[in-house]
Design a protein around this ligand. Sequence first.
Ligand code: PLP
Length: 432
Amino acid sequence: MLCENITVNGNRLYFAGVDTVKMAEKYGTPLFLMDENRIREKCRIYIDAMKKHFGKDSFPLFASKALCFKRIYEIMKEEKMGIDLVSSGEIYTAAKAGFGMEKSFFHGNNKTDADIAYAMENGVGYFVADSIYELSAVDRIAEEKGIRQKMILRLTPGIDPHTYAAVATGKVDSKFGVAIETGQAELFLKEALTFENLDIRGYHCHVGSQVFDEDGDVYLEASTIMLHFAKKMEETYGFKAEILNMGGGFGVRYTESDPYLDIEKAIESLSKHIKATVAELGMTMPKVIMEPGRSIVADAGMTLYSVGTLKEITGYKNYVSIDGGMTDNPRFALYGSKYTLLLANRMDEECDFECDVVGRCCESGDIIQPEVKLPKPVRGDIVAVCTTGAYNFSMASNYNRIPRPAVVMLADGEDYLAVRRETFADIAERDV
Ligand SMILES: *Cc1c(COP(=O)(O)O)cnc(C)c1O
């Protein structure tokens, strides 16, 4: 199977040791299931590997944008993870969950004055400045609030991670960060050091997402560029970087043909490389931070749908329509993402029916996955889509006024609600 938490018992699909068909009956569909033990296990893999290989001050941040609701922050707090935040809405949610903000990093290429003030009021630990324009705004608001804001600078090392264009973020011409290659990163630091209310602590880069590093160690290459830059800044401005945040992006398996990435090994090889480069340049070892999102939660998630209609276009193709779609999973529409689909209540039957599994939105691009092989479904069958823990719930919308699904957590064989299903009343609540 794709992941250890996916198993079969008779004709039934089990997830995290729980009968998925029973969950569909109990909570209705569409439904997000999250394997809490798996999330915790992944957090521990990162925490232990980073401590072991980078030292005790090193820690991972969970990239909230991959999956965001209160219960996730409670779990992150219990696991002693830091968090990465990209909006005031995420800050609000984390604060509501009682997450202590010292180990939080606030990202975003366009933080408004209101966002900046809100983040400071909530005690966000670090700002990750994305551009030179942001510095004066943060400085001004920090002065008004009588604080000195800790900050790191987001740079683009000019690396192409060979992933989807829409999720490659470390290239020179990226919307994010400031390019080292053009000389602008140096000006960024020089300028940053002039502000009295900014406490500059180091650098950040994020090469992209769903990266497997098969094409020449993009993380090692990025760290080389970042450290050489840091060394040059140390010599020119006497600025020593205390923090080096290497971003997130480790890939996960969506299909059987995706490679398997060993997180511990990847961290070990990055640490060896960073330590060697630091020694070669005669620098002090920075506190290394990483920001995994997808690799913490993706394979801890599964979506269940009910089959509605079947359309067989003789001589062309077959469509199977399910009761969700791009409103709960826009990733095929956005990136052409691949997924593994299973017929949860007929796991013992042969998959000999080829079809496109499509959503219920008024949009031809509303496809969950084309060219899927399943036992020929009938109305009421349960379709399971695997590896939907990241960038599904968090990207969900109300297009066509479709309510967002509930999120049910599975822990030690028990199930409980983390986010209730949206109602029609919820959707119309703000209409005046
Ligand atoms: C999206 C993002 C991450 C998380 O990426 P994953 O691929 O989900 O691990 C981390 N850092 C930044 C700045 C991001 O934009």
